[in-house]
Write a protein that binds this ligand. Structure first.
Ligand code: PEP
Length: 258
């Protein structure tokens, strides 16, 4: 069974006190133990503060990392440093890093490799722009991003549960436009097929594929009901405790799907 992973990407929002406050509210409202996996992904400089609040019921995630282990890379942070902070999941390939910070498929592939090699969980984000969708390029773009992102992610990492894919159509991120459950499922099924080709049927069936793009309490249950949607990566709605908890509750209610 694939356990849902509900992750809140706080992006470059919330100061230290606000981050601690949001984490505290989330913890207070979550059932313990929580039957679905929940992760919060604060800004790097507040990881430590949030870690002290969340305990073991919520996993700590990081929004970014550099692929080298150590050295003269001013301003960067290694996977080992994140592990020391108690981080379990690291995002790679988020569309804001691809499109605003200029990260290429090659860089994403190197980051993905570094994350799994060092034993952390990789959330590899893929997704097409509106223009690419309108030109029927979704499968081509997502396929290319998967090939590059997973080029150096061995089957052993996928088998051990260290690999999560997040399908995030760029046109749905932060826009209020959500992919319909059917649109999302269509791409998730394609991603599952690619994972079967690369890792084999059994391993691919155990890899979680999250959807991200204006997910919220009101649409979470319908998205999560899709056969290949195994969780949600949430931006805007994860900054509001009630919204985020509402999404987690929808996941708990729908959990025994597979
Ligand atoms: C995201 O940035 O990963 C995201 C899904 O954002 P939002 O939920 O705000 O669309």
């Amino acid at each position: 069974m694939r356990k849902y992973l509900i992750a809140g990407n706080w992006k470059m929002n919330l100061d230290r006190a606000e981050s601690v406050d949001l984490a505290t509210q989330i913890i207070a409202k979550l059932p313990s133990p929580c039957p679905v996996e929940v992760s919060v992904i604060p800004t790097l400089v507040h990881l430590e503060a949030v870690k002290h609040v969340i305990g073991s019921n919520v996993q700590l995630g990081a929004q970014n990392v550099y692929f080298e282990k150590k050295g003269a890379f001013t301003g960067e942070v290694s996977v080992g440093m994140l592990r020391d902070m108690g981080v379990k999941y690291v995002l790679a390939g988020h569309s804001e890093r691809r499109h605003i910070l200029g990260e290429t498929d090659e860089i994403v592939g190197k980051k993905a490799h570094a994350i799994v090699t060092e034993g952390l969980g990789l959330i590899l984000c893929v997704g097409e722009t509106l223009e690419q969708r309108q030109h029927f390029k979704t499968v081509e773009v997502v396929g290319r991003q998967l090939d590059a992102g997973l080029a150096h992610v061995a089957a052993a990492s996928a088998e051990s549960g260290h690999l999560v894919i997040a399908y995030e159509p760029v046109w749905a991120i932060g826009t209020g436009l959500t992919a319909t459950p059917a649109q999302a499922q269509e791409v998730h099924a394609f991603i599952r097929t690619k994972l079967v080709e690369k890792y084999g049927q059994e391993t691919a069936q155990n890899i979680r594929i999250q959807y991200g793009g204006s997910a919220k309490k009101a649409n979470a249950a319908d998205l999560l009901a899709q056969v290949d949607i195994d969780g949600l990566l949430i931006g805007g709605a994860s900054l509001m405790a009630d919204e985020f908890i509402g999404i987690v509750q929808a996941a708990i209610a729908g959990q025994p799907k597979h």
